[in-house]
Design a protein around this ligand. Structure first.
Ligand SMILES: [Zn+2]
Length: 361
C-alpha cells in the first residue's frame, strides 16, 4: 500500500499543474514563449492550428479557399501546403512532411514535428518548443522514404492514337480515403465520401454508354500511397485520368467548380506549357460540358498539385464544389444534381475523345 502511494505521489508530481491551460509553448529564437492552447491529438501526434503558429514564428500565412492551398511567405519565396498533401512545396522543390496537414475542428492544423523541426530546418532559424502535455506515442507504421521517389519516377504517357475506340480506358481517382477525409463540410460531410460516390456513378455511366474499361484508384474507403494513386494510370490502355475532389472554404457563400491541370506537360525528351497540352484540351471540354448542364465553372488553373503527377497523359483534377456551400452540397449529394454533374463529366470526356479522333483524320 505504501508503495502504491509513493508511486501515486511520483506520478502526481510529474503531472503539470491543472492551472496551466497552455498545452504548447513556442518561441522564435530567444523571444519569450507564446502559449498555444489549442492542441489536438491524432494518432499519437500533436496538431496545432497553422494560423496560431505562423505569427509566433514571424511568418505570414494565408489560406486560399479557391486553390485549397495554404501559402507561407518565406525569405526564399512562397511555401505552400494543402490539407491531405504529403509535401510542402517551395519553389521547384517538394519537401516530404512527416504528417499530412489536416482540417480538425474547422481549422487547418499541422503536426508538431513540422513546427519544431521542419520549418526551422527549412528557413534556417531556431525555435523553442515545449509540449506541456505530450500525447502517448501511438505505434506509427514506418515511413516509406522510397515512396516519393517512386511517385516522381512515374511518367504518365499520352498513348499513341490507334484505330480503336475513341477512348480506351479511363482512370477515375476519388481523392483522399481512409484516415484522410479531405475537406469537411456541412453536417460533417467528407470529401473522401463525396468523391467516391461521384466516381462510382461516373464509372457506371462510362461503362454503360461506351463499354470501355474504367479503373478506380480506390473502390472503397481506404488510404493510398502516392504511387498507388498513380499506378492505374500507367496501364497501356488508359487514355485519361480524372481526379475527383471537393473543397471547403471559411466563407459559406464560396461555391463552384474548378479544374486543375499540370503547369507543364512532360514527355520523353521534352515538355510544353499547360496551354499546349492535351490536359488543357480535356479541361476545356469538361468546362463546356459542365456549363451546358448549368453548372458553374470558375476557372481552369494550371497548378503544381501533386496528385496530377508528371507526364502528358490527359489529366484533370476536378474540384467539384464546396462542401461548405449548401447549393454545392445539394449538387454533390442529391440525385438530380449528382446526375447532372456525372452527365457533364461524361459528356466532356466523350467530346474530348471525339476531338482527339477527329484531329487525326
Ligand atoms: Zn481534395
Amino acid at each position: 500500500m505504501l508503495r502504491f502511494f509513493s508511486i501515486l505521489y511520483i506520478y502526481c508530481a510529474l503531472i503539470p499543474p491543472v492551472s496551466a491551460l497552455a498545452s504548447v509553448e513556442l518561441a522564435l529564437g530567444n523571444h519569450a514563449p507564446t502559449a498555444i492552447n489549442e492542441v489536438y491529438y491524432r494518432d499519437g501526434v500533436s496538431f496545432l492550428a497553422i494560423d496560431d503558429v505562423m505569427p509566433v514564428l514571424g511568418l505570414k500565412g494565408r489560406w486560399d479557399s479557391v486553390t485549397h492551398i495554404y501559402e507561407i511567405t518565406t525569405p526564399y519565396g512562397i511555401a505552400s501546403i494543402s490539407p491531405g498533401s504529403q509535401y510542402l512545396r517551395l519553389g521547384e522543390s517538394f519537401i516530404p512532411l512527416k504528417h499530412m496537414p489536416r482540417f480538425i475542428d474547422g481549422r487547418l492544423r499541422i503536426d508538431e514535428i513540422f513546427v519544431r523541426e521542419q520549418i526551422p530546418d527549412l528557413l534556417g532559424f531556431s525555435v523553442y518548443y515545449r509540449n506541456l502535455n505530450p500525447p502517448a506515442p501511438a505505434p506509427v507504421p514506418a515511413e516509406d522514404d522510397a515512396s516519393l521517389d517512386r511517385f516522381f519516377s512515374f511518367l504518365l504517357q499520352k498513348k499513341e492514337a490507334s484505330n480503336g475506340p475513341a477512348l480506351g480506358g479511363v482512370v477515375l481517382d476519388p481523392g483522399h480515403g481512409g484516415q484522410e477525409p479531405g475537406s469537411l463540410g456541412i453536417g460533417g460531410i467528407k470529401e473522401k465520401t463525396v468523391a467516391l460516390d461521384v466516381a462510382h456513378s461516373l464509372e457506371k455511366q462510362l461503362k454503360m454508354q461506351l463499354g470501355i474499361p474504367v479503373y478506380l484508384t480506390r473502390d472503397n474507403d481506404y488510404a493510398l500511397s502516392p504511387e498507388q494513386r498513380v499506378e492505374p494510370a500507367t496501364r497501356s490502355d488508359v487514355d485519361v485520368l480524372l481526379q475527383l475532389h471537393a473543397q471547403a472554404s471559411p466563407h459559406a457563400a464560396t461555391s463552384g467548380i474548378s479544374l486543375f491541370v499540370r503547369t507543364r506537360e512532360e514527355f520523353e525528351g521534352g515538355s510544353v506549357p499547360a496551354e499546349q497540352g492535351a490536359s488543357m484540351q480535356l479541361a476545356i471540354c469538361l468546362e463546356k460540358a459542365l456549363l451546358k448542364q448549368g453548372l458553374p465553372v470558375q476557372k481552369i488553373v494550371p497548378a503544381p498539385l501533386l496528385p496530377l503527377g508528371r507526364g502528358n497523359l490527359p489529366t484533370v483534377l476536378v474540384e467539384m464544389g464546396y462542401l461548405t456551400n449548401a447549393d454545392d452540397v445539394a449538387l454533390l449529394t442529391q440525385t438530380e444534381g449528382r446526375n447532372r454533374l456525372v452527365l457533364a463529366l461524361y459528356d466532356g470526356l466523350k467530346t474530348f475523345a471525339d476531338e482527339q479522333k477527329e484531329n487525326l483524320q
